[in-house]
Design a binder for this molecule. Structure first.
Ligand code: PEP
Length: 257
C-alpha cells in the first residue's frame, strides 16, 4: 500500500444471500465501519438486492459505497434480463465490478465487451472495478504477464488519462478465486507492479501512481496483512469472506491500518 492511495476493499457477494440476509449483513458492516480505519469499503450485492442494501446503508448515513456485480453497456433498450448503467446510478450505486473471471469464463465476456462497459460506466459517473487475471494453466505456461497485459490493454483501450485515473483494477488470479489458494504477497506484488507499469505506458506515470489496484483471490483476515504491506496492492476484492461481517472487516482493518 502507498499512503497517497486510499485503500479500497470491496465485497463481491456473488449470487448469495436472500433479501433479509443482505440487509442484515449491510447493517452489520455499516455498524462497524470504524474498524476499517482509513480504508474505503464497497458492498456489491446481487442486483435484485442493491436497492435493499442501499436503503440499509442510507438509513445510517453510511459512507460505505454501493456497487453492482455487472451491468450492460447500453443505457436502455431491448436487452431482456439486463441492467443498464443509469439504473444502477438511480439506485445509488457508485461502483460496478466489470469483467470478473466468472463473467469472462461463464458468460463469454471478452476484453472488447469489458472495454465497452468500462466506458459506459465512466460516462454515467460509476467507478468501474475492472478485473483481470490468469488461469492456472496460463501461469504454469509462464504466460501470466502476456495474459494480464492483453486484458489490461484491451479492457482500458481508448480511455483518456482523466478516465483512466478513476478506474479501479482488481488483479484476481483465476486459480485463487474461491479455491482457498491465495497468491503469495510476492506473486501478487509482481503482477501489480506490471499492471502499474502498463498504466504508466497507457496513460502516464502520474496517472499510474493514482490508480488503485486491488488483489482478489481467497483473501482472508489472516493473509490480508501481508498482502496489504506490498507497495502496489491498494486493497482487496473479496468474495467468500465478504459474506461474514467479521471476516470482511478483518480484511478491511488490514488495509485501513
Ligand atoms: C472474487 O470472486 O472476486 C473472489 C476474489 O472470490 P474469493 O474471495 O472467494 O476467492
Amino acid at each position: 500500500m502507498t499512503a497517497s492511495r486510499t485503500q479500497i476493499v470491496a465485497g463481491n457477494w456473488k449470487m448469495n444471500l436472500d433479501r433479509t440476509a443482505a440487509r442484515d449483513l449491510a447493517a452489520a458492516v455499516a455498524a462497524r465501519v470504524g474498524e476499517a480505519g482509513t480504508a474505503e469499503l464497497v458492498l456489491c450485492p446481487p442486483a435484485v438486492y442493491v436497492d435493499t442494501v442501499g436503503a440499509a446503508l442510507a438509513a445510517v448515513s453510511s459512507p460505505i459505497g454501493l456497487g453492482a456485480q455487472t451491468m450492460h453497456d447500453k443505457a436502455s433498450g431491448a436487452f431482456t434480463g439486463e441492467v443498464a448503467p443509469p439504473m444502477l446510478v438511480d439506485l445509488g450505486c457508485r461502483y460496478v465490478i466489470l469483467g470478473h473471471s466468472e463473467r469472462r469464463t461463464l458468460f463469454g465476456e471478452t476484453d472488447a465487451i469489458v472495454n465497452a462497459k468500462t466506458k459506459s460506466a465512466l460516462s454515467v459517473g460509476l467507478t468501474p472495478i475492472v478485473c483481470v487475471g490468469e488461469t492456472l494453466e496460463e501461469r504454469e505456461a509462464n504466460r501470466t504477464a502476456e495474459v494480464v497485459t492483453t486484458q489490461v490493454k484491451g479492457s482500458l483501450a481508448g480511455l483518456s488519462p482523466a478516465e483512466l485515473e478513476k478506474v479501479v483494477i482488481a488483479y484476481e488470479p483465476v486459480w485463487a478465486i474461491g479455491t482457498g489458494k491465495v497468491a503469495t504477497p510476492q506473486q501478487a506484488q509482481e503482477v501489480h507492479a506490471l499492471i502499474r507499469g502498463l498504466l504508466a505506458s497507457i496513460g502516464s506515470p502520474e496517472v499510474a501512481s493514482k490508480v488503485r489496484i486491488q488483489y482478489g483471490g481467497s483473501v482472508k483476515p489472516d493473509n490480508a496483512v501481508d498482502l496489504a504491506s506490498q507497495p502496489d496492492i491498494d486493497g482487496a476484492l473479496v468474495g467468500g469472506a465478504s459474506l461474514k461481517a467479521d471476516d470482511f472487516l478483518g480484511i478491511a482493518k488490514a488495509f485501513g491500518a
